[in-house]
Write a protein that binds this ligand. Sequence first.
Ligand SMILES: [Zn+2]
Ligand SMILES: [Zn+2]
Length: 362
Amino acid sequence: MSVKIQNFTVFNKEVSIFASDLCKYTNSSEMKKYLPLFLILLLPLFACEKSDDQELLISRSIIEMATDEDITNTAIPPSGFYNPYSYAGNVKLKGQMHCHSTNSADGNYSPSELAAMFKEAGYDFFTITDHDYITTEPPGNELIWLCNSYESTQKAHLCVYNAGSVLKGVLSIEDVIDYQVYKRSAVVGLAHPGWLKYPVATEDLITSCKGTSFVEVWNGTMNTSLGENGTGAWDTMLSNDQRVLALAVDDLHAAGHLKKGWVEVLSMSRNRNDIMFALLKGAFYATNGATIDAVEYRSDTITIRTGSSTAITAFYGMDGVQLGDKIVGENAQYRIMGSEKYVRAVVENKGKYCWTQPVFLK
Ligand SMILES: [Zn+2]
Ligand SMILES: [Zn+2]
């Protein structure tokens, strides 16, 4: 009988070594003869590429990096700043984090039709967030399927990513977060917080939303009725020690909702684990059309490289206060004073916007 003595992971493939196998080879007089063959057989395990069909792996440690604990638990540079773009990879991917299929009562397109529409529109990855229903990867999908998700609509709307089950009933924000984030391996984003039907009170933003990783600062379908772009709720959360990251989304239900808002993720690869890692670390931009080439942080200076002479960059800190004057052109810099709590930038270009994630100060 074999005795399993060790498990280890090679590119997410679990490999077991059995004691009997080791004994057979180490004791055999023919070991030298067969050792090269044994090594050749093992080689594919180490040479294989990550594939997109692997299970999405989200560890508690990654989730916690997007919450209160990250400042104390993770790799804060010695200077005391947390720069999310230090985790940026070289693969820029366009993604949709909020949309609806016919599995929502008010969605006009089937999941497969959505996949084809996002492919045609130049997206690299997406997920479908139907109302209190988990839609799985559509047949014929050619994009990267980020994870299974749904939008909890019992009260305040929360998008639940990497969802294994839908929590139903009359739910508070805390109920959803407690179940999905702390008892399951899900990630929660606060959807359209300014929506007048279920406006999220300031007190709830401060106390109830802890454990939320994302907040929508731009929702392409809802913003025409919201009258504000969601950064007010975001600044309230950031100013009250919640390390929440900004999303821009289509929230597509029907024709005309496409390409209204998306994220540009700076991933290490096209693998969805790497994409989720970059999302949870904050290595991405939220945008409804404007672009940013790079965010650089050196010493105490943040540089936004817009690559456009018509770009207008503004920096914001604690309580959403604008820091300094707006800067026009291809490069915009801000020198951190130390009292801002966080510094984030918004680039406006020809009426479109791109939001950076904040650099968090100690
Ligand atoms: Zn909603
Ligand atoms: Zn929605």
